[in-house]
Write a new protein. Structure first.
Lengths: 159, 141
């Protein structure tokens, strides 16, 4: 229950922060991403502010074995920089520059009735589902290939 | 100019605080695309906190609408079709790349995680190319 409350509160504070920072306005975001217009460095400052605060907290927390509410610390696994990461980031970047929305501001915007934000969120969900579907298809296909291989060997042993 | 820089930093600090609260209290990384993805393909014990986080974002949107008039653009900056395509790409790309501006860009970079650093440099760079090209082709911002 406390975890749920803390998640809710974090989401709320995050949204307020986005709004104060102007990141809920595609105009401002694109003002940074668009290098050909009047360049607006705000997004960079937002990230610096956010990263600074989180970095301090993270270093403090990593000295502990669990969260302040006693949960495990779900730190993402180290992993290699593979093609999925880079291609995924690139595809995300294309979309971000096209629309001026990324996931957080889109959801906040949709709730705040920002123009076309809800449409973006729906499309984003479809895009996420598309990836999930492709991934399950891919793993089923390789599963079938393995099964076929086993059957082949079984037939040979009968002979 | 200074006022703008001030609100940007302050807003950023709040975003950092929210992420910090999330991690220190629940041990979870505040990555919106991951939170959303986990809601769409839910697993046991992974749903409630994600739903709560999104609910917080949604309430935040309501609050901003009421309390901060300048928080949202007045009219759409892009044609509808482009926004649709953008949404599809962002949805697909954030799942394939396992994160977005919050997960990779804020938390991952703060952790100096190599994957997040690589992802962030990539989506920032490509984002800039994308936005700049649209501006040049469409004459839009």
């Amino acid at each position: 229950m406390k975890i749920i409350l803390s998640a809710f509160t974090s989401g709320l504070i995050f949204a307020i922060g986005l709004g104060l920072a102007g990141m809920t306005r595609p105009t401002k975001v694109l003002g940074f991403l668009n290098l050909a217009g009047r360049w607006d460095p705000s997004l960079m400052l937002v990230m610096v502010g956010a990263i600074s605060v989180f970095a301090i907290t993270y270093r403090f927390m990593m000295r502990r074995k669990e969260s302040l509410l006693g949960s495990p610390l779900h730190v993402p696994p180290r992993g290699s920089i593979d093609w999925k990461l880079l291609l995924g980031a690139a595809i995300f970047g294309v979309g971000w520059g096209l629309g001026g929305f990324c996931p957080g501001p889109a959801i906040v915007g949709a709730a705040g009735q920002a123009p076309d934000a809800l449409l973006f969120v729906v499309a984003m969900i479809v895009g996420q589902f598309a990836h999930a579907w492709l991934t399950t298809r891919g793993s089923k296909a390789s599963e079938n290939t393995r099964k076929k291989g086993t059957l082949h060997h079984a037939n040979q042993s009968i002979l | 100019m200074a006022h703008e820089a001030g609100t940007a930093l302050a807003g950023g600090a709040l975003i950092g605080l929210a992420s910090a609260l999330m991690f220190s209290l629940s041990g979870r990384i505040f990555g919106v695309s991951g939170v959303l993805g986990g809601l769409l393909t839910p697993k046991q014990g992974e749903f409630a906190w994600r739903a709560a986080l999104v609910a917080g974002l949604v309430l935040g949107g309501f609050v901003l609408r009421q309390a901060l008039p300048g928080a949202f653009d007045i009219s759409a900056v892009r044609p509808l079709g482009l926004t649709l395509i953008a949404g599809l790409l962002v949805g697909f790309g954030t799942r394939l790349g396992n994160g977005c501006t919050s997960g990779h860009g804020v938390c991952g970079v703060a952790r100096l995680a190599p994957r997040s650093l690589a992802a962030t440099v990539t989506f920032l760079g490509v984002g800039m190319v994308s936005a700049t090209l649209v501006h040049l082709v469409m004459g839009a911002q």
